[in-house]
Design a protein around this ligand. Structure first.
Ligand code: ATP
Ligand code: MG
Length: 454
């Protein structure tokens, strides 16, 4: 008897469908976390609008070549971190690992060089990299970024740094980060510098990690960026970009610093800062977390990329500057510091009902309450009054409206203060007015999207 029972249990277990999990490094964003994303997106939209930026969205996937050419074959992103796949027609496509290459492709493809220059765009998008998952490092993550294309001036570099500072400030974490800045020169001096770096490292290969041994040949600049201890020591002794950059680049750099001072932005000149994407020249910068308590260091990185448009087949000499900020890293920093964000998800009213007629009446009442900006839920299933009130408690609503058979007959409704446990009977036609009175007009969730024009 027992054995038979056990057998059927095993059979049942086997029949149970497998539970799925997200792939490694990829997470659900649950409602609690959305409060942070919503807040961030809101301040980003606000700060960008104030500065005249317009939003752009490039596709989630593009031809692999867009990234390979734009970011550079020798970079970690292209050589190791890209999700590449073939479509049914055998074309090579890739999930976007970053957005600058795509935005520049869009600039060229949509003839934006004919728009008033500079074209100032921003994006808030998910990106995909086959990175090593850990806190602050995921395989799908969100970046907010901006690109200013079509004009070159040191003031623009300073202005975009100011924009990223404002967003960081609005999140309450500005005291926790510092701005590192460097100038890696024009393409010619960058080449010379890369050569000098190579010479510095040649003969020291055995002290380098495996990745750096690859970088030595494919992307020597990135050697300065490695987090392995031995590589860090060697990097300290390496030649500095400032020894290789031209007089013009030095002057340009000084100007950027001057403008930063004008804007009251503190910075640290960091000769080790290079940034590993091929398209950077001149200014490079990064906001990093100062204490780095187990936190991924960089929250925002950017710089100038004057050669990218030409490299991607656009008009030569189209200068550009931009940055990208990691939303997860910002949110983790905020949470670490117990910074909370305003949430509008709290409910005002729970509507409970009993009986068919009451249910029908509640349906339109709920709709009307919502129209007035009163955040309302109702248990329109079959539950008993007791079960419904338990649910109201679980939702944490401050008030409930209760419509039973007696109230329907009398044309009334009960308004219950959930905290005090007190209730009063009011005429049903006064329900909305009364609810607005108790929750306060200023707390209503009304919104005006503006009117459509026909
Ligand atoms: P890291 O050195 O930490 O790998 P990165 O130089 O690869 O950073 P960028 O390509 O400059 O990063 O991207 C800009 C920002 O996007 C980073 O400063 C970071 O905040 C965020 N970011 C980059 N990769 C990831 C990732 N795998 N998961 C979460 N955020 C990321
Ligand atoms: Mg990286």
């Amino acid at each position: 008897m027992t054995a038979a029972k056990d057998d059927s249990n095993t059979e049942e277990k086997e029949k149970k469908p497998k539970k799925f999990q997200t792939p490694k490094g990829v997470n659900d964003i649950l409602p609690r976390d959305h409060e942070y994303y919503t807040y961030l997106k809101k301040i980003i939209r606000h700060r960008c609008r104030q500065a005249g930026f317009r939003r752009v969205t490039t596709p989630i996937f593009e031809f692999t070549e867009v990234f390979a050419r734009g970011i550079g074959e020798g970079t970690d992103i292209v050589s190791k971190e890209m999700y590449v796949f073939e479509d049914k027609a055998g074309r090579s496509l890739a999930l976007k690992p970053e957005s600058t290459a795509g935005v520049v492709r869009a600039y060229i493809e949509n003839g934006m060089s004919n728009w008033p220059q500079p074209v100032e765009l921003y994006y808030i998008e998910p990106h995909f990299r086959y990175d090593k998952p850990q806190k602050g490092r995921y395989r799908q993550f969100w970046q907010f970024g901006i690109e200013v294309i079509g004009e070159k001036d040191a003031a623009l570099d300073a202005q975009i740094i100011q924009l990223s500072r404002l967003v960081i400030e609005d999140c309450g974490v500005y005291p926790l980060v510092e701005l590192h800045i460097n100038n890696i020169g024009d393409f010619e001096s960058r080449e010379k510098y890369a050569e000098a770096l190579k010479n510095h490292y040649i003969g020291k290969e055995r002290s380098l990690c495996d990745s750096c041994n690859d970088r030595l040949h494919s992307n020597p600049l990135r050697l300065l960026d490695c987090k392995a201890e031995d590589c860090k020591i060697l990097a300290q002794l390496a030649p500095k970009a400032s020894e290789y950059i031209s007089k013009e680049s030095k002057e340009y750099h000084e100007k950027v610093l001057e403008y930063l001072e004008e804007l009251g932005i503190d910075y640290i000149e960091n000769p080790m800062l290079v940034r590993g994407l091929d398209y950077y020249n001149q200014t490079v910068f990064e906001f990093t977390v100062t204490d780095n308590k187990g936190q991924q260091n960089s929250v925002c990185g950017g710089g100038r990329y004057d050669g990218l448009t030409e490299l991607m087949g656009g008009v030569p000499d189209t200068p550009a500057v931009g940055f990208a900020m990691g939303l997860e890293r910002m949110i983790e920093l905020m949470k670490r510091e117990n910074i909370r964000v305003p949430s509008k998800d709290n409910l005002h009213i729970f509507v409970a009902q009993l009986g068919d007629v009451a249910k029908r009446k509640c349906l339109s009442l709920i709709s009307e309450l919502r129209e007035h900006g009163i955040k309302t839920v109702g248990a329109l299933g079959k539950g008993s009054m007791k079960a419904q009130m338990r649910l109201a408690d679980k939702f944490g609503v401050p008030y409930s409206l209760i419509l039973g058979i007696t109230e329907v007959r009398d044309g009334t409704i009960i308004l219950r203060d959930m905290e005090k446990g007190k209730q009063e009977i009011i005429p049903i036609e006064k329900a909305i007015e009364k609810v607005i009175e108790v929750i306060g007009e200023k707390n209503l969730d009304t919104y005006s999207p503006g009117e459509v024009i026909y």
